[in-house]
Design a protein around this ligand. Structure first.
Ligand code: AKG
Length: 251
């Protein structure tokens, strides 16, 4: 798959690209069915934000994170040598849930040097305004790392309740990333984004896949005290900043 010049230019200027179709109906249904099984085993509470790096024990996640079409898009924006840093589900249930994701930048608390990463957000379910799709503030990646405080609102799904303050004027420029199941968006690690509570009676689940070029190092543990086990998913890793991890084996 190739991104158009227009899409790449939009990533550079606005800090995101959306939507990009990745899976057809059958593949999308398969992925949702696999997630449903994982959710049934792990329970809803954990499925909201507690399913981290399950590409190591679930082939459907590994297959998605290494799918050539996704890696082609990632290569177009970060170059040919690519590490999969992490995967993480963000799942918000319908009903009266107050769970939301406060405005933030991804790389602020990841301990990376340079602070550079790209996220592919794959829609397991249809994701729209009603069920709390992701929102981004275009162009915010260009201003570097912003200071984050703590959210005053209950229900923030982020690891340390972080939030970057946005003025009402800035919030007015937010764009809804409306995706059908099987589509994805890509955002720059400095682009400010978040999502509102799910006000529908439908689940909204997305799989985030985080990628970095091989020249990026982790110089500090992330906000959860974790050192990443990054895996080479395309190209060459001459720097070996994350060591040499074997890819998962599902035999
Ligand atoms: O899925 C969401 O609502 C937010 C995702 C997010 O914050 C991220 O990709 O870092």
């Amino acid at each position: 798959m190739t991104l158009s010049d227009l899409q790449i230019a939009s990533f550079k200027k606005a800090g995101y690209i959306s939507p990009i179709r990745i899976a057809d109906q059958t593949q999308g249904d398969y992925c949702r069915d696999q997630f449903n099984q994982l959710e049934a085993r792990e329970g809803r509470e954990k499925s909201m934000i507690g399913l981290l790096d399950r590409h190591m024990d679930h082939p459907f996640i590994w297959e998605l994170a290494t799918q050539p079409d996704i890696l082609d898009c990632i290569e177009a924006v970060i170059g040919p040598n690519i590490l999969l840093l992490a995967t993480h589900f963000f799942c918000k249930y319908g009903g009266s849930s107050d769970r939301f994701v406060a405005w933030h930048q991804d790389v602020t608390y990841w301990g990376l040097e340079p602070p550079m990463a790209v996220t592919a957000w794959y829609a397991v379910d249809d994701s729209d305004r009603d069920n709390g799709c992701m929102q981004i503030i275009p162009g915010t990646h260009a201003a570097g790392i912003r200071e984050h405080g703590k959210s005053a609102q209950d229900g923030n799904l982020l690891s340390i309740n972080q939030e970057v303050n946005m003025s009402p004027e800035q919030e007015k420029t937010a764009v809804d990333l409306i995706l059908k199941a099987g589509e994805m968006s890509i955002h720059h690690g400095l682009t400010i984004h978040g999502s509102l509570p799910n006000q529908s009676d439908r689940r909204r689940c997305g799989l985030t896949m985080r990628y970095v070029p091989t020249f990026v190092k982790q110089v500090n543990a992330n906000s959860m005290g974790i050192r990443y086990h990054a895996l080479l998913v395309r190209g060459q890793d001459e720097e070996k900043h994350f060591g040499e991890m074997d890819p998962p084996s599902f035999k």
